[in-house]
Design a protein around this ligand. Structure first.
Ligand code: ATP
Length: 308
């Protein structure tokens, strides 16, 4: 049985005056998955997420969140989603615990706020006014507020920006737990390792459009940086090795005794190389497969120049 995606965005357009921030963006978020939305500064991530949350109106395209229109059916949608904004949406004089308890009262079956406070290491800040919390503590409180209502779907906009490593790991654990409970998570991040750690699917946005989408493995597969390296005696017959490999592979002796094979490095290719080595009496030392990282892919697709 095929389920409707938790979020389905088609041809989304959003303009701010003369500037087109989102320019025909398509996005589908499967239910029960973690989807990371990546993109350079100003790519249109926050705008897209805020339209899905019903905080902004689109100028074109269609958006369905849990099958609902986030603006026209916002009243029905809001109790079912959790939202962690980059900033704002809070009364600066309120105490942290008070704010979380208040948020919890808005939902039918909330998580115990005390448990969340403990879970996110905010016990010492319960009676601290919001404006006196550190940036990282504000961030953790915003995360707690996003999940306290046991949402079906949660939007986390840069959830770990500015967090110390402990809080970052606590946030990651919480995201994994949400996913384990069947919650759909959409998160934006600039941390590629965060996306690799957490995301089932990744969408890369640039210039207001989705330019790539897939699982981290799919995105990192292929390309010249999928390589296999090994060392052996210098001067091996690279041409003969190449003959044994699939057609689109490359093989070279980079420096005497150090060899590189490029192509689709799968278990079969690995077996072909080691069996060729065995036939030629070569012990392949330092045999290593190097895959492209998500950061390599991101920079390849979006370029290395800084964005305004
Ligand atoms: N309220 C606004 N008024 C005018 N322009 C805006 C507004 N909000 C965003 N923009 C512009 O729209 C573009 C997309 O911004 P957005 O915040 O969606 O990008 P982003 O991908 O979330 O960036 P970042 O990674 O820096 O958070 C940017 O050029 C930004 O300057």
């Amino acid at each position: 049985m095929r389920y409707e995606p938790a979020v389905q965005v088609t041809g989304l357009v959003k303009r701010y005056g003369a500037r087109t921030a989102v320019d025909g963006l398509d996005l589908a978020v499967p239910r029960g998955s973690v989807t990371a939305v990546l993109g350079p500064n100003g790519a249109g991530k926050t705008t897209t997420v805020e339209i899905c949350e019903g905080y902004r109106r689109a100028d074109g395209g269609t958006v369905r969140v849990l099958g609902l229109d986030p603006v026209a059916q916002g009243g029905e949608l809001r109790p079912r989603i959790g939202v962690m904004l980059q900033s704002g949406g809070v009364y600066p004089g309120a105490h942290a615990a008070e704010m979380l308890r208040h948020t919890a009262t808005m939902y039918a079956d909330p998580v115990d706020p005390g448990l969340l406070i403990e879970r996110l290491g905010l016990q010492a800040c319960g009676r601290t006014p919001y404006r006196r919390l550190s940036g990282g503590q504000q961030q953790r409180l915003a995360l707690a507020m996003a999940v306290v209502g046991r949402p079906e779907l949660v939007f986390l906009d840069e959830p770990t920006a500015g967090l110390d490593p402990q809080a970052r790991h606590a946030t990651w654990d919480l995201v994994r737990e949400l996913r384990g409970d069947g919650v759909t998570v959409v998160l934006t991040t600039h941390f590629m390792d965060e996306a690799e750690q957490l995301a089932d699917d990744v969408v890369i946005i640039d210039g207001g459009r989705a330019i790539a989408a897939g699982t981290p493995e799919e995105l990192c597969r292929g390309g010249a940086e999928n390589t296999l390296r090994f060392s052996g005696r210098p001067g091996l017959d690279v041409g003969s090795l190449l003959n044994a490999l699939p057609q689109d592979s490359l093989a070279a002796e980079l420096t005497p005794g150090n060899y590189r094979v490029e192509g689709r490095i799968d278990p079969q290719l690995l077996a072909t190389v080691t069996s060729w080595c065995a036939q030629h009496g070569v012990m392949p030392d330092h045999l290593a497969v190097e895959r492209r990282t998500l950061e390599d892919v991101f920079l390849e697709l979006t370029g290395k120049e800084l964005r305004a």
